[in-house]
Design a protein around this ligand. Structure first.
Ligand code: ADP
Ligand code: MG
Length: 451
């Protein structure tokens, strides 16, 4: 250990001469503890994921080169996170270690986040918040479809804040976890202690990260409680970050007070990644999956990027499957193998279209027959009461059964616009609840179509 420490110090002294002074002290001033020396490796403890990432990305080769020169041996440095030690060791966490254990995924950092048109504004806003929490952007509300990097960005904010100030109380939770915590807190089992734990967890936060807030929809009492937590923290100028699959205004069954709070700060959205961004995300993820990412040709990434246009999560899943397939079967990284490995994940576009057309036609035929009108009537502009009702029912059934876009449905019915389609769906939906005759028609038709 002693020797290890000496070698580390000597190495740093040499490195120090070649690199920028600020960089040096930011990265290395806190790396001064050896975890263990084992089979040619000197393991050094690094305080956080960002530091580890930077050292490994930019300095590890240089450091080991210096070490080799010093020792003339195979000994190398390795860097290990405090968190990783507490996981790998059997010894329980001591009080002292606890601040190092982050409730955040280690790789969800800003430096691991690729940017493009679709997420740049969200990224910049997140960086601003991380640099100056308690800024005007409170809360920061990040929204967008699943798999676009909301959780990643939110956790990156947490990492960044902790990297700057290790004892900040960053609390990450999902709306689901918040709900569970709240129910536990008010359950009578442990009585008062529960609610105190709950208050302690949420109200003592310096930074509160709440993922997937849409989960609070329709949960009145949890919303009330979240509102109190929000007011409390906001009043103390504590940073709050929220993610959602929708804009605040689009949340349903959510207290108006809360929705308006969500709009107080800054609201940013993330959209689907364009092609260059998808390729960059793949390159990034590849570097975690295999040692020599260069072994995988760019055209492979290009093909994978085309197969999964919607989001980063699918991209990552596809890539992982491809790499695992090739590596475990010892196949080369070819484009052809993309198709074999991902066969079952690739949407059968033409087949699917064909099947859909068949399904839609059969709904139209059933509905027309049932109401004694023709399919042509349904597609026409006729406003006869019977035809209109039949048409609305057919539209509603197709939407319910197959869920195509409003626009696509409009095209099936003489190019009606999406507002008309949406109106039809709402209308039938309401009538089913209020009018037993309509409910009867709906039930019978459903039965026929499904048989
Ligand atoms: P969301 O919370 O929006 O559903 P996540 O944050 O869980 O999405 O992201 C899904 C996966 O895609 C994660 O592994 C994340 O690291 C990755 N990812 C998303 N966007 C990016 C990006 N811009 N750069 C790198 N990885 C990304
Ligand atoms: Mg998420």
């Amino acid at each position: 250990m002693e020797d290890g420490m000496n070698l580390w110090k000597q190495t740093l002294d040499i490195l120090k001469k070649d690199i920028d002074e600020t960089d040096f002290s930011v990265l290395f001033s806190e790396v001064n503890e050896i975890y263990k020396v084992e089979s040619n490796y000197i393991y050094l403890i690094v305080p956080n994921a960002l530091t580890k990432f930077r050292i490994e990305k930019f300095y590890i080769n240089r450091l080991n080169e210096i070490l080799t020169n010093l020792t003339n041996s195979l000994v190398k440095f390795k860097f290990i996170l405090k968190d990783e030690i507490s996981f790998s060791d059997d010894t329980p966490l001591t009080k002292k270690d606890q601040p190092y254990k982050r409730p955040l995924k280690a790789e969800y950092t800003f430096s691991n986040f690729e940017t493009g048109e679709s997420n740049r504004f969200a990224f910049i806003s997140a960086m601003k918040v991380a640099e100056t929490p308690e800024s005007l952007y409170n809360p920061l509300y990040i929204f967008g479809d699943v798999g676009l990097g909301k959780t990643h960005l939110m956790m990156a904010i947490g990492h960044y804040i902790l990297d700057n100030k290790i004892d900040t109380n960053v609390v990450y939770t999902s709306a689901q976890e918040f709900t569970e915590d709240f129910f536990l807190a008010v359950s009578t089992k442990k009585g008062k202690e529960n609610i105190e734990d709950f208050y302690h967890k949420y109200r003592d936060a310096d930074v509160l990260l709440v993922d997937d807030i849409q989960f609070l929809e329709g949960k009145q009492s949890t919303q009330e409680e979240f509102f109190k937590v929000f007011e409390h923290l906001h009043g103390l100028n504590k940073q709050i970050v929220i993610t959602s699959d929708r804009s605040a205004n689009e949340l349903k069954n959510m207290m108006a007070r809360l929705k308006s709070r969500f709009n107080w700060g800054l609201s940013v959205d993330i959209k689907a990644p364009d092609k260059p961004l998808r390729v960059n995300i793949l390159k990034r993820k590849l570097s975690y999956l295999i040692e020599n990412p260069k072994d995988v040709p760019l055209e492979v990434l290009d093909v994978i990027a085309d197969i999964f246009p919607k989001n980063a999560r699918d991209l990552e899943g596809g890539l992982r499957r491809y790499v695992t397939y090739c590596v475990s079967l010892n196949y080369p990284f070819t484009v052809e193998n993309v198709y074999t490995a991902l066969d079952s994940l690739i949407p059968q576009k033409e087949d699917e279209k064909h099947q859909n057309t068949k399904n839609f036609d059969s709904v139209k035929r059933e509905v027309a027959g049932y109401f004694k009108v023709t399919v042509a009537d349904l597609e026409s502009s006729s406003r006869k009461q019977q035809v209109t009702y039949a048409r609305q029912m057919a539209i509603f059934l197709i939407k319910e059964l197959y869920g195509p876009s409003l626009k696509a449905i409009g095209e099936l019915f003489g190019n009606r616009d999406h507002a008309t389609v949406s109106h039809s769906c709402d209308k039938i939906n309401n009538l089913i609840k209020t009018n037993p005759l309509v409910k009867g028609d709906y039930d019978l038709l459903m039965k026929k179509i499904n048989s």
